[in-house]
Design a protein around this ligand. Sequence first.
Ligand code: ZN
Length: 211
Amino acid sequence: MIPMNEIRNIYCVGRNYVNHAKELNNDVPTKPLLFSKPNRSLVKAAGDDIMLPGDKGKVHYEAELIIRLGKPYEKGIKVNELIDSMALGLDLTLRDVQSELKKKGHPWLMAKGFPNAAVISDFIPFPGEEICKEKDFALMINGKQVQLGNIKQMIFDLQTLIDYCGTHLGTSEGDIIFTGTPEGVGSITDGDHMELVWDGDSLGQCTFKLG
Ligand code: ZN
């Protein structure tokens, strides 16, 4: 179990699944599209209510697989050596705010960095990339499955992502990467109950309150 205070930088990958890029009418990227979230946007999906902004337009959920890096990056390191654990999470996005920012060519921070914008489940030991590819992750809202993903479908695989982050930004122990969302993103409404499911097992749940 990784305590929240052992999470350092939060890197995120945008548009890493073809069908999600298309559902938002975005081009499919030719290299990883990276952004980050402030550490204080983290919140645990531990069964409690989580407050979200109710006055800034649509709040979208994006269910994602999260990897945690167990050591600093060095050239040539393989994913299975570098990643020590994984979780599922929600990269919450103020979609209307983001659309305005995109039009102006501005950074996404105001749409992606608000308090509670990075929801994470419990971490579990990383089983290795090959085993990950045999398991699906899913988001259930009020008992109904709305997203289903598998890292096999990622445009940029885990090795490419860690090499890209490591080379351009550097990584250290405790950094986490939100690896992108599959299709099926949508708006959160007040009282929605979310459950993050890994290969049939619940890793975390919460209820959102819009205030
Ligand atoms: Zn995302």
